[in-house]
Structure formats: C-alpha cells, structure tokens
Design a protein around this ligand. Structure first.
Ligand SMILES: Nc1ncnc2c1ncn2[C@@H]1O[C@H](COP(=O)(O)OP(=O)(O)O)[C@@H](O)[C@H]1O
Ligand SMILES: [Mg+2]
Length: 198
C-alpha cells in the first residue's frame, strides 16, 4: 500500500519514513500530491502578502523553517523540520544548521553592503539555499518563493516569473531551469538570473 512516486531529473526522492509523513491518506498519485502541495503553497503565498517582516527576521533560520512549514503543513508532517536523511542533492544532514548559518551571515552582509544587485543577491541566496537542501522535500519551491520574498520584502520589487511554467513537470522549461542551476553550481549566475526573470 501507499504512494509510489516516479521522480524526474533534479528531484529529491523521499525515504519510506518521510513518505509515512503524508497527512492526506486519499492521495494515491503524484498528480494528486502536486495538487495538494500547490493548494497549500497558494495559501502560504497569501499569508506572505500581508506579512510585515524586517530584513533580520527574513534572513533567519526561524523564517526559513516557518516558510517551509506554511507551504507544506497540510500535506507533510515534517513540514518546517530539517531533514536527517541523506539526499542526492545537498550537504550532509548534520551540516545543515552550520551551512545555513554561514549563508544567512553572508546574506546579511550582502544586504547591508549592497554587494550585489537586488536580483543577483536573491538568486545567489536561492541557489545556496537549495544546494544546502534543508528539508526532505519541497526545497526547490521553497527556495524560489524565498527569492521572491527577498525581492518583495527587502526591495519592494515584484516576484520573479521563473519561466512562467509549472517547474514540477518534466518539460522544456524545467530542463532550462535545471541547466541554469548547474551553471550556478559552477559559480556562473547569469543564466539563473535570466531564467528567473523570463
Ligand atoms: N544541480 C543542482 N544544483 C542546485 N539545485 C538543484 C540542482 N538540481 C536540482 N536542484 C533543485 O532541487 C530541487 C529538487 O528538490 P526538492 O526538495 O525535491 O524540491 P521540490 O520538491 O520543490 O522540487 C529542484 O527543484 C531544483 O530547484
Ligand atoms: Mg520534490
């Protein structure tokens, strides 16, 4: 019994134990799972719209967790909880807290010193966040919404458009997105910035 999920390139498979954290027992397909997640994420986005938050509060471990929790709490028991299993993407699970602290310290510095353009700051942050891979799943969508919130809450600028397609499906746009992430893995951020604005 239970849900068998087929994974596409660049997705993080869930462990048995993580699969058991599914809150909605009626879900039997990836399509249904995506829909429930999407519905939860839309509620989270609505919550962010009215949210007043300082840069220090935004760039904090607490908010990283709170946002993930808001996005997935109706679907996954482990929403907002750092993973303790190893994944094909991401740092060793015991290193998550310290790697995230390094990122957040860097980000506060970048923000205060205007080290990068607004866009490059948001995209560099998003890429390092998803490369740490704090959670068992949902890291890609969480990191994209986080980049959007950097733009909106820190700079009063509009959200990125991320190729204007559903990036959870194996399509051409997702391929371009994964390619841009791989360029960013090599410290070349322009393709990912261009993609986010497309
Ligand atoms: N080479 C890579 N470098 C950095 N991030 C990557 C790479 N490949 C995939 N990713 C990110 O990891 C995400 C998959 O992680 P996952 O936790 O399953 O997130 P989601 O469920 O939101 O897709 C992808 O959506 C993508 O954002
Ligand atoms: Mg996933």
């Amino acid at each position: 019994m239970g849900l068998e999920i087929k994974y596409i390139e660049g997705q993080t498979p869930l462990s048995e134990e993580e699969m058991e954290g599914l809150m909605i027992s009626s879900i039997t397909t990836r399509g249904e799972l995506n829909e429930f997640e999407q519905y939860n994420i839309e509620k989270a986005i609505e919550w962010t719209l009215g949210l007043k938050i300082t840069p220090k509060q935004l760039l904090s471990e607490k908010f990283i967790k709170d946002l993930h929790k808001k996005m997935y709490k109706d679907v996954w028991k482990w929403a907002g909880v750092f993973r303790d299993s190893e994944k094909n993407i991401g740092v060793k699970s015991y290193k998550i807290v310290v790697e995230l602290k390094n990122l957040l310290d860097d980000a506060v510095y970048w923000f205060q010193n205007n080290t990068f353009s607004n866009e490059e700051f948001a995209i560099r942050f998003k890429h390092r966040l998803v490369s740490i891979h704090c959670f068992p799943n949902g890291n890609g969508r969480h990191s994209r919404l986080f980049a959007d919130l950097i733009m909106q809450k820190l700079y009063d600028r509009s959200y990125f458009t991320w190729g204007k397609e559903n990036l959870n499906k194996a399509n051409e746009t997702r391929k371009n997105y994964i390619k841009a992430l791989q360029e960013a893995d090599n410290n070349y951020f322009k393709p990912l910035i261009d993609f986010a604005k497309s």
